[in-house]
Design a protein around this ligand. Structure first.
Ligand SMILES: *Cc1c(COP(=O)(O)O)cnc(C)c1O
Length: 830
């Protein structure tokens, strides 16, 4: 044992080493873990050894509360929320757990005493990229808020071996590399080999009769594999509640289907084993218009059946009969990815637990609630029947039965309206015929919600209109939120300290207290401190950008940031049109006095989404030319920060002055990036879309840069025969911008590179960039002018933070608990 280790342990009681929160016991536990778990002594420990030793030290302190929570839940048998989501984007755990345990400072000191910097270990952590973007991040914010509000909950999902790809920019374009996040092991997870369920696939069904002469159906699968639980503790902030994030990993089922062994086909069996493990191998992109990927359907069914079987197991430990299942659990479907749960719960109850159809349907339709996340018709999931039948033959029968009964109900309500029956059917009859997952979710759920006021209204008026007419009482709105712990306290400690010094510490749990800031909005001394906080975040980001991208940027310039998935509806290319507009203005008028700006982009494009990848190419091409051009130096800079993630977001949201929220009105369901920026004092330039509408309502129209058509105007414009070509010809400045891109100015003279993008804009432009262009440019000019008045800008920034309390995910979760889940908080003592 190393001398330093022995010294550190000297005089420290072993129990306090395991769980104590003081600097001394954290240091002793760290050394202990370094020695016993990593087999290292401090002098030879690598950064990764140190990171893991600290992670285990922190996990030990969670386990204690985890066990206490499990005990308390077992004893009290509380109503439990189950959140079913194919994606979770939790971000790095270490910093968040230190924060929620309240031991960041003693930990920092404990490590400093060993000559180790906490920040280096925080930086070292690789985050689990088990999601694409907003939807997965929402699930993670909800898990944080559920634990913080002390609501008994389990998050169920998939433990992808490879998460969202890593993005590298090579020659100006996106290149995907695999995200091997488990390479060095994951200290936060606990594998539970005893919690495992059979998952059947394919085969056929047959009629059976039991000894009492009752009919039944037997599903004879042609493949069976196992789902194993892998758990991660989710600790609430300042409470003892530790909820479970239970992710499923696929393995070959032992002794099943491996008749191969009997035939001596050992290698064939091993190959099948490998194949079953591919089920949880990789996360799919969410915004590739791809239908019919068999593996994706397998993944959805895989995690849903494991989760429901797990709930049934837990329910049975309570001694209650299965017809009370819905009294124990409320199950939220995060989009339609888990919607197969409606058919699967019916199958489990009817086929496996011999419940009658009507009783099973009563349980099912009182168990599920469905959150819709998109109005884009191409993004509504549907599965071709041949594929569905091949993978889930029994579920197809069950869906036909659910559909037959449902359509009878529609016919009773609307006699002679066959068009309506066809529209509402769970089956789309257009060849090859499809299962419409959103319809299955609507029929099987007692509540249906959108994720912002506008989105929920549009759902009722458009994609789910027929369902709204049938069941208006099912429809609700639950405006999204984000956790102020991760996105303010953790990622912006300087702002947090200023807020706590000014308001007291209560704001992080009760952000309505932020309103008190309004009193300080015009206070010159406070404004100065406010600007210093922002300035320090901008300097930190500038240092990171210099390091990562080798571009130097000026922290005094306006940081104009757009960070989110790259998508045509999010309109990063509208932002580019503005950049090229400023570029042209300076080129024509070299003395032009404009507010110096740094444009910062981040975001991944789905690997198969060609136009989105071309947008990345355009941003990098424009950056390349602008950053090299001495004529615009000191006034314009453009940076594409590769591999946007939660971790990068920590550095990005606090450093932004201006938040770009440019989606075509009616297309973004809510957005949550908009909330993170504004909570960190960035002002928004945005359209009346998603939650932007409510953010503007809260912060006040004077403190928000609004532009663009409304959702209604967008629909009308398109319906009246939109002609972008005419706008292009009528607006000389716009024409100059588009012509410059088309001329090859940003592509070494090659006119072909951006031609698809340019042609699309001038001839189709379904996302109405040209219609919104002039308004956007004028609004940007206003924003630039306002930035020069730093007292006015700072005032607006303070008022944004003061009035963003509504967008804490605690508020969202409290509403779900009250209006949908009927779940109550339950305090846990340790
Ligand atoms: C918040 C977040 C998003 C969502 O951003 P939007 O602007 O709402 O689309 C996507 N990715 C990451 C990593 C995030 O943290």
């Amino acid at each position: 044992m190393a001398e330093s280790h022995r010294k550190a342990l000297n005089g420290t009681n072993r129990e306090t080493i395991r769980t104590g929160l003081s600097e001394e016991s954290i240091r002793a536990a760290f050394l202990d873990n370094l020695f016993y778990l990593q087999g290292r002594f401090p002098e030879v420990a690598t950064l990764n050894d140190q990171y893991k030793a600290l992670a285990y030290t922190v996990r030990d302190r969670l386990l204690h509360r985890w066990v206490a929570t499990t005990r308390a839940y077992q004893k009290a048998n509380p109503r439990t929320v189950c959140y079913l989501s194919a994606e979770y984007l939790p971000g790095p755990f270490l910093g968040n757990n230190l924060l929620n345990l309240g031991i960041e400072e003693p930990t920092r000191r404990a490590l400093a005493g060993l000559g180790i910097e906490l920040d280096a270990l925080l930086e070292h952590e690789e985050e689990p990229g088990l999601g694409n973007g907003g939807l997965g991040r929402l699930a993670a914010c909800f898990m944080d808020s559920l634990a913080t509000l002390q609501v008994p909950a389990i998050g169920y999902g998939i433990r992808y071996e490879f998460g969202i790809f890593d993005q590298v920019i090579r020659d100006g374009g996106q290149v995907e590399t695999t995200d091997n996040w488990l390479r060095f092991g994951n200290p936060w997870e606990v594998r539970r080999p005893a919690i495992a369920y059979d998952v059947r696939i394919g085969g056929y069904t047959e009629q059976t009769t039991d000894a009492q002469g009752r009919f039944g159906v037997r599903w004879v699968p042609n493949e069976v594999f196992n789902g194993i639980a892998v758990d991660t503790a989710i600790l609430g902030h300042g409470v003892n509640t530790v909820n479970l994030l239970r992710l499923w990993t696929a393995e070959a089922a032992e002794g099943f289907d491996f008749h191969a062994f009997n035939r001596g086909d050992y290698y064939g069996a091993v190959v099948r084993e490998v194949r079953s493990e591919t089920i949880s191998k990789v996360l799919y992109p969410n915004d590739e218009p791809e239908i019919g990927k068999r593996l994706r359907l397998l993944q959805q069914y895989f995690f849903v059946t494991c989760s429901l079987q797990d709930m049934i197991r837990i329910h049975r430990t309570t001694g209650q009969p299965l017809d009370k299942f819905h009294e124990k659990f409320s199950v939220q479907l995060n989009d339609t990815h888990p919607a197969i749960a409606v058919a699967e719960l019916m199958r489990l109850l009817v086929d496996e637990h011999q419940m009658g159809w009507d009783a099973a349907w009563e349980v099912t339709r009182h168990t599920f609630a469905y959150t819709n996340h998109t109005l884009l018709p191409e993004a509504l999931e549907k599965w071709p029947i041949p594929l569905f039948q091949n993978v889930l033959p029994r579920h197809l029968e069950i869906i036909y039965e659910i559909n037959a009964r449902f359509l009878d109900e529609v016919r009773l309500r609307h006699p002679f309206d066959t068009a309506r029956v066809q529209r509402m059917s769970i089956i789309d009859e257009a060849p090859p015929r499809f299962v419409r997952m959103a319809h299955l979710a609507c029929v099987g759920s007692f509540a249906i919600n959108g994720v912002a006021e506008l989105h929920s209204r549009l759902l009722k008026e458009t994609v789910l209109r027929d369902f709204f007419e049938l069941w208006p009482e099912k429809f609700q709105n639950k405006t999204n939120g984000v956790t102020p712990r991760r996105f303010v306290m953790l990622s912006n400690p300087g702002l947090s300290r200023l807020l706590t010094r000014t308001l007291g510490a209560g704001w992080a749990r009760d952000p309505s207290q932020l309103r008190v800031l309004e009193r300080h909005a015009d206070d010159a001394a406070f404004q100065q401190e406010w600007r210093e906080v922002k300035r320090s975040r901008k300097e930190a980001l500038a240092a990171r950008i210099l390091d990562r991208c080798n571009v130097s940027i000026d922290p005094d310039s306006l940081f104009d940031v757009q960070a989110k998935r790259i998508h045509e509806y999010k309109r990063q290319h509208l932002n580019v049109l503005h950049i090229v507009t400023l570029y042209n203005r300076i080129k024509f008028n070299p003395g032009l006095d404009i507010t110096p700006r740094t444009f910062i982009f981040g975001g991944k494009a789905a690997p198969g989404y060609a136009m989105a990848k071309l947008m990345i190419r355009l941003i990098n091409a424009v950056a390349d030319v602008v950053n090299r051009d001495p004529d615009v130096a000191g006034r314009l800079r453009v940076v594409f920060l590769p591999n946007f993630s939660v971790k990068l977001g920590h550095g990005l949201y606090p450093a932004a002055d201006l938040s770009e929220q440019l989606s075509t009105a009616g297309k973004e369901a809510s957005g949550t990036g908009n909330m993170k920026f504004s909570m960190n004092g960035a002002l928004t330039i945005g359209t009346l879309d998603g939650a932007n509408v409510e953010i503007r309502e809260e912060v006040g129209a004077d403190n928000f840069f609004l532009f663009g058509l409304t959702a209604e105007e967008v629909v009308r414009t398109l319906a009246e025969g939109y002609r972008p070509w005419d706008i292009y010809n009528a607006n000389l400045e716009l024409k100059g911008v588009i012509d410059l891109i088309a001329s090859g100015h940003f592509s070494h003279g090659d006119r072909t590179v951006f031609q698809p993008l340019v042609d699309h804009l001038v001839w189709h432009d379904n996302y109405l960039l040209l219609a919104d262009y002039a308004g956007y440019i004028a609004c940007q000019e206003q924003a630039g002018l306002t930035y020069r008045d730093s007292r006015q800008w700072t005032r607006m920034s303070i008022l944004n933070v003061a009035r963003m309390g509504k967008f804490s995910s605690d508020r969202t979760i409290a509403e779900y608990c009250r209006d949908i889940w009927r779940a109550e908080p339950m305090a846990v003592d340790v």
